[in-house]
Design a protein around this ligand. Structure first.
Ligand code: ARG
Length: 411
């Protein structure tokens, strides 16, 4: 068999990527693995060990948690990025980062290709391949799991034949992808959209009915659109997210259950738990309502949707995404202040807001004696405001007013 060169494989240590190491070796490659730490709960040293034992010529484990937060999660938070208005894109956001380091390791190792362990039905394959293509178009991308057409049984047989340890514990009925921004849960009983997600599919959140009976209040400080403190204690991004995941998760906050339109053309039932993302997004949106000019806020809402879609479909390194970032950065300059959030049995509600940049003016909003609003000017304003509609109706008179058959009272 001809030697094909080195390939860098995105490696989680699960059965698929372990089998992929051997399979790529069988195809004539030297395999280098790259495992990204984006905050998933796993023994990374053991993963590295396993890669080398399986036959990898080199195994990288990279702590990418800080970069994940600063360059992927925070821009998404500034954008309030939620695919189809609901999914905080936790899995989607990690892919361009992993792609970046696949390319980096490939260049360091002089590899000819990179590889991922995605199947042909998901969007992660799309994200990896589009992002790798954007960063280094010369690299080939291999997708062993998509290409080998193994059934589960054949895969296990192949693993056993090649001395790859097959997990003895019963395989989780769910497919999980996890990082600091949240956890995605698919498959098993969740495939029937009529089934309520059972408690055992969740790991970060308590069942709301088991959560504490007293509400928990929390103050989140923001600086230019990003969270910087919890209850007055200044914290770095990763620590703040971890703490919020813990606190809000214990209150049962952050569960998302949705039907999602996949890029690859079908609808899929997706369950997520993203305590920190849900709380931060809610607090951030509320603070934006207090501090952003009306027109900026409205323009931003349209872009937020589009931005979420770009992240979802693998267009992270696109010029449009970059241009949106510039807009969001500018808009966020005034989004500083504090949001007070009440966490209670599965819900996070913003109950208080303050900001030095607040555009809320007491003397204009109040109904008390302190009111300074110029009531007199309302009359002229309304005349001008309504002029176009009035003119239209003079030229095209409205049909006679019709009313339902009400019993007339009075006369
Ligand atoms: N549907 C989500 C997405 O496409 C989550 C995918 C998570 N992957 C998994 N193996 N559970 O971004």
């Amino acid at each position: 068999m001809t030697y094909k060169g080195k390939v860098v494989l995105a490696y989680s240590g699960g059965l698929d990527t372990c089998v992929a190491v051997k399979w790529l070796m069988d195809q004539g490659y030297d395999v280098v693995t790259m495992t990204a730490d984006v905050g998933q709960v796993v023994d990374l040293e053991a993963v590295k060990d396993k890669a080398l034992k399986t036959g990898a010529v080199n195994a990288y484990v990279m702590d990418l948690r800080e970069e994940f937060v600063s360059d992927f999660v925070w821009p998404a938070l500034k954008a309030n990025a939620q695919y189809q208005g609901t999914y905080p894109l936790n899995s989607a956001l990690s892919r361009p980062l992993i792609a970046k380091y696949l390319v980096w390791v490939a260049q360091m190792e002089g590899a000819v290709a990179v590889a991922h362990g995605c199947t042909g039905k998901g969007q992660d394959q799309v994200r990896f391949e589009v992002c790798v293509g954007a960063l280094d178009p010369k690299l080939q991308v291999l997708a062993p799991v998509r290409d080998w057409h193994f059934s589960r049984e054949t895969e296990i047989e192949y693993a056993k034949e090649h001395g790859i340890p097959v997990p003895v514990t019963a395989k989780s009925p769910y497919s999980i992808d996890e990082n600091m921004w949240g956890r995605a849960i698919e498959c098993g009983v969740l495939e029937d959209p009529w089934n309520e997600p059972p408690s055992d599919c969740f790991a970060l959140t308590a069942d709301p009915w088991d959560a504490p009976d007293a509400p928990l209040y929390m103050e989140i400080g923001f600086e230019k659109g990003l969270p910087v403190s919890l209850d007055g204690a200044v914290m770095e991004g990763p620590a703040l997210i971890a703490k919020l995941n813990e606190i809000a998760g214990a209150c049962g906050v952050g569960r998302i259950d949705m039907i999602e339109d996949r890029l690859v053309g079908f609808k899929s039932r997706e369950v997520y738990e993203c305590p920190a993302a849900v709380v931060l997004m809610g607090a951030h949106k509320a603070l934006e309502k207090l501090t952003l000019a009306k027109e900026v806020h409205a323009a931003k809402a349209d872009m937020e949707n589009k931005y979420g879609e770009l992240a979802y479909v693998g267009y992270w390194y696109s010029p449009l995404k970059e241009a949106y970032d510039a807009f969001f950065d500018k808009a966020q300059e005034v989004v500083s202040g504090v949001a007070r959030v009440r966490l209670y049995k599965g819900q996070a509600v913003v109950v208080g807001l303050k900001s030095e940049n607040s555009l809320y003016q007491d003397d204009l909003a109040t109904y008390t004696d302190a009111d300074t609003f110029d009531h007199g000017s309302a009359k002229g304003f309304i005349n001008v405001w309504g002029l176009a509609v009035k003119t239209w109706r003079q030229v095209h008179p409205a049909e006679a007013l019709t009313v339902p058959d009400l019993k007339a009272v009075g006369q």
